[in-house]
Ligand binder design. Structure first.
Ligand SMILES: C[S@@+](CC[C@H](N)C(=O)[O-])C[C@H]1O[C@@H](n2cnc3c(N)ncnc32)[C@H](O)[C@@H]1O
Length: 242
């Protein structure tokens, strides 16, 4: 399975194991040079679907890619924002790759998403593939930071995937991963917080509303359908009221 998921240029199983036994920050510092060759980098198809779904809300002036990693999401900001684009991430290693990457204009800031150095600075905040790193108890603080970084009327947007059906291989794979991480975090320090099943849409909507956002959920059918015909992915668009 791993050989299917990773290219020869990607990290070895040993490198992934060392990463997973580190802290989140150190783990991504280690993974950074090969991150773009892993399936953890958000694919362009997802970025393009999000860009098209957000376009009717724009154009925007300034944009932030929260937990930007090597900068995948700034592709969306470059399409939709007329002002400055900023990527923020905890890992200096990931930011170093982002700074040297192709088409990587914009500013790169080392920052914890739970303590952002921005107040009312952006009209669009996007985030991709990072919310598994936040326990449900951290969600109110995370959403408060995004809210505070936006100007009134600004949008906080991120894609979410529907949970795979209980009878599918995907359901058991994600459950198995989360159980393994819970065991790992019970036995090993520092913790590496990364779970797939801790970001359910209903709870996320409630926490966004509690943080002061108005919430819309837009289906992204071109990213695939579930067996029951419902879209596999949706875009959450949370709006800071004017
Ligand atoms: C799976 S990568 C996703 C990177 C990129 N957004 C993408 O879609 O390709 C998750 C990123 O979240 C960052 N991250 C995790 N916890 C963070 C935090 N508390 N503050 C800022 N960045 C964080 C990691 O350093 C890593 O770069």
């Amino acid at each position: 399975m791993l050989s299917v998921m990773f290219t020869p240029e990607g990290p070895t199983v040993r490198e992934l194991a060392v990463q997973a036994l580190s802290s989140v920050e150190r783990g991504y510092d280690l993974l950074a040079p090969k991150f773009d060759q892993t399936p953890f980098r958000t694919p362009d198809a997802v970025l393009d679907a999000v860009t098209d779904a957000l376009a009717p809300f724009g154009p925007f002036r300034d944009g932030l890619d929260l937990c930007c990693g090597t900068g995948a999401g700034t592709r969306v900001l470059r399409e939709l924002c007329e002002g400055r684009t900023v990527g923020a991430d905890l890992s200096e290693g990931m930011l170093t790759v982002a700074r040297t990457g192709t088409g990587s204009g914009g500013d790169w800031v080392r920052a914890d998403a739970l303590a952002l150095p921005f107040r009312s600075a952006f009209d669009l905040v996007v985030s991709f593939g990072a919310f598994g790193h936040f326990l449900p108890s951290a969600r109110p603080a995370l959403f408060a930071q995004a809210h505070g970084a936006l100007r009134p009327g600004g949008r906080f947007a991120f894609p979410v995937a529907a949970p795979p059906p209980v009878r599918s291989w995907g359901h058991w794979a994600l459950l198995g991963f989360d159980v393994a991480m819970r065991v790992r975090n019970a036995l090993w320090r520092p913790p590496f917080v990364m779970y797939y099943r801790t970001f359910p849409l209903g709870a996320v909507r409630r926490d966004l509303a509690a943080a002061g956002f108005g919430v819309d959920v837009l289906p992204l059918p071109r990213l695939g359908l579930r067996p029951d015909g419902s879209p596999r992915c949706a875009l959450v668009v949370a709006t800071r009221p004017r």
